[in-house]
Design a protein around this ligand. Structure first.
Ligand SMILES: [Zn+2]
Length: 96
């Protein structure tokens, strides 16, 4: 049985425990028509943390001043936001 290291915290985990996660969630990739997106191998703890980070930092809506209401962001913009949020998360994890 092999061991793998989590890309973010460097902890060694049993092979089954580490899974690959796409930085950009499936629904967004589909809508944006993205075929290849980067996947990272994370331990369950880092993955949980990443999801919380996303929900705190990735806004799915944008304020439309003309319409005076919030509207959904275009999928490609969303994909870029997820990528940027992941980079910030990785930097934050590396600092500790
Ligand atoms: Zn980890």
């Amino acid at each position: 049985m092999g061991k793998r290291t989590c890309e973010l915290c460097g902890h060694e985990i049993e092979l089954e425990a580490t899974e690959e996660y796409h930085i950009v969630p499936g629904g967004v990739r589909e809508q944006a028509g993205i075929q290849n997106s980067r996947a990272v191998r994370l331990c369950p703890n880092c993955h949980d943390e990443l999801l919380k980070w996303y929900s705190a930092r990735v806004a799915t809506t944008i304020y439309d001043a003309k319409m005076k209401r919030f509207k959904a962001k275009p999928p490609l913009e969303m994909a870029k936001e997820y990528e940027a949020a992941y980079r910030m998360f990785a930097e934050y994890k590396n600092r500790r």
